[in-house]
Design a protein around this ligand. Structure first.
Ligand code: ZN
Length: 294
């Protein structure tokens, strides 16, 4: 397979990040499209790939989405609070316009895959990628395959228990203060302090509280999926918070399962420029192209 070009669509709630790479996954060109109405946004994305043709495309989308190939709504966005996007079939829109093989998955699965092949998951046979940003989501890989069958993982909505000093009422419209997203996603910082997260110094106690919940989620991950590595992305948890996250994970474990080397077990992303999802999409595009040629 020579001189092939692979495309990446990272579909987010505020913007779509588009990129085209050569067969070494080196980026040839990229663009950003603001997320407005589905018609407007997707038309602009399609135009980018008409101007910059690819042999296959990988799409990592915000969710929830239907990623089950046998489902009649495969490729579409499910119940989302984003106006106009519910029921939109993103996969069909690109497939009908571009006529190339497409791999369709969640944004966190794309990031997990990018870390698996080119980031801090290299050399591991299993990993869980957790993003803590506007929401909390996770993608898990075991031996090169995504974990999930009936749908994709929704680990941000696992039940969480509150720290005794936390009286925040929660931000998840479904589970309020009973899930990790409701207690620790980016908007909970403003919900607790009344100030935008990026304006608050990292020494503020709110970040210790967030790290407590992310540590709790890492412990849940450790005892349920037992991955070789947990990789944390998103803007909320940075290198500054990772020591606290590791400390709380260890506290929740309380000596139960054999203590991993925490510094190697819970790590930041390794792909530069927040490019985990993009490189993951290129690799998934290559995979779907190879499968279509069989
Ligand atoms: Zn929830």
């Amino acid at each position: 397979m020579t001189n092939k070009r692979f495309g990446s669509v990272e579909a987010g709630g505020t913007k779509f990040i588009l990129a085209v790479a050569d067969e070494n996954f080196d980026i040839i060109t990229e663009s950003r499209v603001k997320t407005t109405s589905p018609t407007e946004t997707l038309a602009e994305c399609v135009k980018f790939f008409e101007d910059n043709p690819v042999d296959a495309l990988g799409i990592g989308s915000f969710g929830p989405i239907d990623i089950i190939k046998s489902s009649p709504t495969y490729g579409s966005i499910l119940a989302t609070p984003k106006p106009g996007w519910e029921g939109v079939n993103m996969l069909h829109t690109f497939a009908d316009a571009l006529h190339v093989p497409i791999y369709f998955t969640t944004d966190v699965n794309s990031s997990a895959y990018g870390e698996f092949i080119a980031g801090n998951g290299q050399g591991s046979s299993s990993l869980v990628y957790i993003t803590v940003g506007t929401g909390i989501g996770a993608g898990a890989i075991q031996d090169g395959q995504f974990i999930g069958g009936a749908s994709h993982l929704e680990m941000g909505h696992l039940p969480a228990f509150k720290r005794a000093d936390d009286d925040y009422t929660g931000f998840c419209p479904f589970h309020h203060d009973h899930c990790y997203e409701g207690l620790a996603a980016g908007p909970t910082i403003e919900g607790r302090t009344g100030k935008k997260g990026e304006t608050i110094p990292r020494t503020d106690p709110v970040f210790d509280l967030i790290s407590y919940y992310v540590g709790q989620l890492c412990f849940s991950t450790l005892v349920s999926l037992s991955p070789q590595k947990i990789i944390i992305g998103g803007s909320v948890i940075t290198e500054t918070e990772l020591p606290a996250v590791r400390k709380y994970t260890s506290q929740f474990n309380n000596g139960y399962v054999a203590e991993p080397d925490w510094d190697k077990f819970i790590v930041a992303t390794g792909v530069e420029n927040n490019g985990s999802a993009t490189v993951g999409n290129f690799a998934l595009a290559k995979q779907v192209l190879e499968e279509s040629n069989k």
